[in-house]
Design a protein around this ligand. Structure first.
Ligand code: PLP
Length: 417
């Protein structure tokens, strides 16, 4: 992976994520069922004591159908990990109980006490809190926050011999900055730094590992699950890293125990094959809304990478997989928290446009005022640095109903402001 150059013309045409799923099928069920089986056992037996000993020495394992204990490795969870790895274009993958457990396990695996992370200053609030407080106070791992679109600032923040990870979101939550993954990866790899990308906002749209990233993490709770009913996460990357994370003696998946339940893994695996269709619908609807909102009120500040005026519009276009568009999230800056709250109240309670809720990737539209909700753990200065204004509403665009119905609900609420 080190020093890998992305060549759009050849690689992007070769395989898009949805096609990868066709060739990397999930395993068949135990009795040749077309769905994979749920391996609900938490522990596994061995044909003899020698095999048991060899399993603990790492000499035999999943490749030979041998499992030890489901806290660190379960066949159904591994199947789901492989499905997600296929769409991300990584060698392997594994799944966890939440997006945050995927992120924290990867960071704890790649960083030692006294280590250093360079991270984007605009991040999901939970990840920001993990880096700002938890890792520093509990593990002596410090973080320098940077403007991820300023490549020079990123490079200058890396400390030789100390920085082990560059961490950012492919499309940032909530400010929708787009990271230049190929360039950032080149800079990091030249300094021996691993690149970890949270691709929660852009599954199918972007394939960070194909663009140079080492590890890709996801909150499955969002688009991948699609029904706002599941909390789950994924880690995708080279076997060298993911296998070490599953080491039965020392791996973070074993010792920290961010385990995914195999029954849940089965449930999610049935949703991955239609992720591609759902993402296209989210993206198309978001683009339509943004275009109409800009016509409705040209003075309104609207953030969306699909807009030509967005500073990373062309960059996203150059990196993204064909036919997916620019994401299903856009933001509208209502300037003050009061106006943001008023609009959300009207959109939810008067016109039934959507729901106030902090998640994203649901089939209904979800709205949140980021500054006072998902990013409320940042102090005012941190919010300002991250570009999160007090009246910023994040819309995760759903696809139920017709566009015309939803647009009329939006304009009805907006006209009452
Ligand atoms: N990453 C991003 C970009 C998120 O938006 C979130 C949650 O909102 C997370 C990670 C954390 O995921 P989870 O809630 O599944 O732990």
């Amino acid at each position: 992976m080190e020093g890998k150059q992305f060549n759009r013309e050849t690689e992007s045409e070769k395989e898009v994520p949805a096609e990868a799923l066709a060739t990397a099928r999930h395993e068949l069920g135990e009795h040749n069922g077309i769905n994979m089986s749920i391996e609900a056992s938490n522990t596994f037996t061995f044909k003899d004591s020698e095999t048991m000993n060899r399993a603990f020495q790492g000499e035999v394992g999943p490749k030979t159908g041998i499992y030890i204990y489901s806290r660190h490795l379960n066949p159904t969870v591994l199947n789901l990990g492989r499905q997600i790895a296929a769409i991300e274009g990584t060698e392997t993958g594994y799944c966890t109980a939440s997006g945050m457990s995927a992120i924290s396990s990867v960071l704890l695996h790649l960083c030692n006490s006294g280590g250093h992370v360079v991270a984007a200053k605009s991040l999901y609030g939970g990840s920001h809190a993990l880096l700002t407080h938890f890792l520093q106070q509990k593990c002596n791992i410090t973080t320098t926050f940077v403007d991820i679109v300023d490549l020079e600032e990123v490079e200058n923040a890396m400390i030789e011999g100390k920085t082990s990870v560059l961490y950012f979101e492919s499309i940032s939550n909530p400010t929708l900055n787009v990271a230049n993954i190929p360039e950032l990866s080149k800079i990091a790899h030249a300094k021996g730094v691993k690149v970890v990308v949270d691709n929660t906002f852009a599954p199918m749209i972007l394939s960070p590992a194909k663009l140079g990233a080492d590890v890709v993490v996801h909150s499955i709770s969002k688009y991948m699950s699609g029904e706002a009913d599941i909390i789950a996460g994924a880690i995708c990357g080279p076997a060298e890293i993911v296998d070490q994370m599953r080491d039965p003696h020392e791996g973070p998946l074993m010792v920290l125990g961010p385990t995914m339940n195999p029954k849940l893994a089965f449930e999610i695996s049935g949703r991955i094959p239609h992720l591609s269709m759902r993402m296209k619908k989210h993206c198309k609807r978001a683009m339509k809304f943004v275009t109409k909102i800009k016509e409705l009120d040209p003075n309104l500040v609207v953030l969306y990478p699909g807009l030509e005026e967005h500073p990373q519009h062309s960059l996203l276009k150059s990196m993204s997989n064909k036919d997916y568009g620019f994401g299903g999230v856009f933001c509208v800056d209502m300037k003050t928290e009061e106006r943001a709250n008023l609009l959300m109240d009207k959109l939810q309670n008067n016109s039934k446009f959507g729901f106030m809720g902090v998640s994203l990737g649901y089939y209904e539209t979800l709205m949140t005022c980021s500054s006072s909700s998902t990013n409320s753990m940042l102090d005012d200065k941190e919010k300002e640095r991250a570009g999160i204004s007090p009246g910023l509403i994040r819309f995760s665009v759903g696809y139920v109903g017709t566009f015309e119905q939803k647009w009329s609900q939006f304009t009805r609420a907006y006209s009452e402001m």
